[in-house]
Design a protein around this ligand. Structure first.
Ligand code: 6PG
Length: 244
């Protein structure tokens, strides 16, 4: 695993801009097919909306960028809790060719089937059944952190956190709201990226960030890129010992 850094900015608007700039830089740096894995939850909304504005929209070569999701709630695609629905509404429906959008489909019998289907989709996109450390699956993996130290739908002490074989796995019941089954990429899959970027803002995140950045063993701490890992935080979320 590579380097981890903390970047602090003033507020959520600056956070969205910093994230958009980093993502755009990664896209431009890769002259070929690009894969971005997005996070769920509410944190990425401003970033997504920013990507649809002229400044970013005109800089992104949409035809060669593919959009995946790191975890999904097992609800229909048009349910307000659906993570990909938020991303679609915020920017993908306006900007991305439909074939470049890769949702976790939830019209399956159960979350396990949804997980297996997404695993097959990722493997076929990658062109191999095993992740090769010299060739990351994703250019950027975006993540958020929950109050219990979860990231994606990897909750503390759940078996999914220990999974090393599966690329994508079902989680029968979430540890936090909404209490619906989840489908999540596993830690080795999330790690297969050039850059992993956590986004967190607001005073409500400060307590958990203090624990995570202190190195306490939690899913959000275990999630590390094989390349670069960045914690993008706003001032309100920044733990005490990182304040100037
Ligand atoms: C989800 C997530 C989850 C999220 C964190 C932070 O599906 O809920 O992917 O891991 O990123 O819970 O959520 P907020 O951004 O809403 O604080």
């Amino acid at each position: 695993t590579g380097q981890t850094s903390v970047i602090a900015v003033s507020d959520p608007a600056a956070l969205a801009k910093a994230a958009a700039d980093r993502i755009t830089a990664r896209i431009v740096a890769n002259g070929g097919r690009v894969a971005i894995c997005m996070s769920g939850g509410s944190s990425p909304k401003q970033l997504f909306e920013l990507l649809a504005t002229d400044t970013y929209r005109s800089r992104i070569p949409w035809d060669r960028v593919h959009w995946f999701i790191g975890d999904e709630r097992f609800v229909p695609a048009d349910n307000p809790l659906n993570n990909m629905r938020m991303a679609r509404q915020a920017f993908l429906d306006k900007c991305a060719p439909p074939a470049n959008v890769h949702p976790i489909l939830t019209d399956t019998a159960d979350a396990e089937e949804a997980a297996r289907r997404y695993e097959s989709e990722l493997k076929s996109f990658y062109g191999a059944d095993r992740l090769d450390s010299t060739r990351p699956l994703f250019d950027v993996v975006l993540l958020g952190v929950g109050p219990d130290g979860h990231t994606a739908s990897l909750f503390p002490e759940y078996p999914a956190v220990e999974e090393t074989q599966r690329w994508v796995i079902e989680v029968p019941k979430a540890h936090v709201e909404p209490f619906v089954p989840r489908v999540t990429l596993t830690l080795p899959t999330l790690a297969s990226c050039r850059e992993m970027m956590f986004e967190a803002s607001g005073a409500g995140k400060r307590a958990i960030l203090t624990r995570v950045l202190d190195g306490e063993d939690m899913p959000a701490t275990r999630a590390r890129s094989q390349g670069e890992t960045v914690w993008l935080l706003d001032k309100a979320a920044l733990p005490e010992n990182f304040r100037a």
